[in-house]
Design a protein around this ligand. Structure first.
Ligand code: CMC
Length: 431
């Protein structure tokens, strides 16, 4: 028996099995349980995948205890300071920082794909006028598969790459249109003379009757948010993308599934939920009653923007974005500050309160990104949409990696059946 195994004994039968321990380049070793069922007839139970690796991945590394986040080995702090969103996307997709030629070619390629098919624009009119933009995103991104048939062969690496480029490039256009539709605003064409973030802000906020100019503060804050949200290994939405594509489904449908998963308030919907919570609190004197609710075992209420499944010490993204958030709030007009005063007070209390400290419930990245979006005047229902745009780089990188992984098979979890045992059908007139 090698040292790199763990022996499992079924105490009911005395039967044993040696399972291999797989060593990663960094992080916790993992028991390979694939032969467990064959040898012992046992499955494993791990709802929410708290201790189960679903894949091998070279893309992103997280050490939740030490607060480390690396994209392809590069610390998030360095990328946040020095890189741009498209360069970070290139890094995530291709595994290395681009040379100048690779970078310019990539930017040019992405810009070539920023427009959407004219017929796709009609979809936006079909939604109810007050549709949430995330609902529109789920529908329209999925609908891309009805338009771009020339890149849908998932077994063809070139098709996969073109689809990946299309998704990255068209996401800001679709996101901005989902906002403009609700406000009766015309749908502008993307402007490829602007950079990725500038173009998104242009498509969001420009109106034909007025000159539009770039706000450098908004661009800087958004660039940071995009880089910090670009990937986060096997979170719920990324795992959704992987699971959906494990059947060979097309990438547009799979990214649409990822968007749906991200929408939930426990995941990407948290940034919007943070502002709703601050508005509900209303004034700083009401904070204690909300803190009391969050601590009450019989109340399901939770403080939005606090806690994280993986970061049990601190969220490195929150540390970076907190500084940017404070900097931005310093420049704010004082009429906007009551909400932010509540946020600061909530942060202070949570960082000192025994309940939050003992459970390592620190403010997470969404706590600060929600505040930044609010400070920039971004409509609240667009917060999660922006997260989705940023995470597209991660989703497509993980999808591309999975499609090349010979060990991947269709995702098919097991269950512990807890229903009634086999019984006979009773005729209707005898029930
Ligand atoms: N407010 C109050 N109590 C909390 C909170 C919170 N936000 N989060 C966790 N707890 C408590 C929870 O009640 C439990 O207490 P006890 O041990 O006494 O039963 C303990 O902390 C551990 O919580 P958990 O539910 O086991 O933790 P989890 O890892 O399953 O959940 C989470 C992580 C992020 C879903 C959760 O902390 C939460 O719901 N936070 C609020 C929503 C939020 O901000 N989500 C954004 C996450 S960051 C962005 C992203 O990656 O998508």
């Amino acid at each position: 028996m090698s040292n790199n195994t763990v022996t499992i004994t079924d105490n009911r039968t005395g039967k044993k099995v040696d399972l291999d321990i797989l060593d990663p380049t960094m992080g916790s070793s993992t028991i390979d349980i694939r032969k467990l069922h064959k040898e012992l007839g046992l499955f494993t139970y791990d709802p929410g995948f708290q201790a189960t690796a679903s894949c091998k991945s070279d893309i992103t590394f997280i050490d939740g205890d030490k607060g480390i986040l690396l994209y392809r080995g590069y610390p998030i702090e360095q990328l946040a300071e020095k890189s741009g969103y498209l360069e970070t996307s290139y890094l995530l997709i291709y595994g290395h920082l681009p040379t100048p030629v690779e970078y310019h070619t990539f930017v040019k390629t992405i810009k070539n794909h920023t427009m959407v098919h004219e017929d796709l624009k009609m979809f936006f009119n079909g939604f109810h006028h007050d549709a949430h933009p995330m609902a529109i995103m789920v529908g329209v991104v999925g609908a891309l598969s009805a338009f771009y048939h020339d890149s849908l062969d998932v077994n063809n690496p070139r098709h996969r790459e073109i689809s990946a480029h299309r998704l990255l490039a068209k996401m800001p256009t679709i996101a901005a249109y989902s906002h403009r539709r609700a406000h009766g605003l015309p749908l502008p064409y993307p402007r490829n003379d602007l950079d990725f973030i500038e173009n998104f802000l242009y498509m969001m906020f420009s109106v034909p009757s007025r000159e539009w100019s770039v706000d450098p503060i908004a661009v800087r804050a958004m660039r940071l948010i995009f880089i910090l949200h670009a990937d986060h290994e096997q979170n719920a939405s990324t795992s959704t993308v992987r699971l959906a594509s494990s059947s060979g489904a097309n990438p547009f449908a799979c990214i649409s599934a990822g968007i749906a998963s991200l929408w939930g308030p426990a995941h990407g919907g948290a940034n919007e939920a943070v502002i709703r919570m601050l508005e509900e609190i209303g004034t700083p004197d009401r904070i204690p009653q909300f803190i009391a609710r969050a601590k009450d075992k019989d109340d399901e209420y939770r403080l939005m923007g606090f806690g994280h499944r993986v970061y049990k010490n601190y969220d490195p993204r929150a540390k970076i974005i907190r500084a940017a958030c404070n900097e931005l709030l310093e420049t704010m007009d004082s009429t906007n500050t009551p909400l932010f005063d509540i946020a600061r007070e909530l942060e202070r209390i949570a960082l000192e309160d025994e309940y939050f400290v003992s459970r390592n419930l620190y403010p997470n990245v969404d706590f600060y990104s929600g505040i930044i979006f609010k400070a920039l005047g971004m409509p609240m229902n667009m917060f999660t949409v922006i997260f989705a745009m940023a995470r597209t780089a991660g989703w497509i990188s993980q999808w591309l990696e999975m499609m090349d992984d010979k060990e991947q098979r269709i995702g098919r979890p097991r269950q512990i059946y807890t229903g009634v045992k086999m019984r006979d059908y009773v005729d209707l007139n005898q029930r």
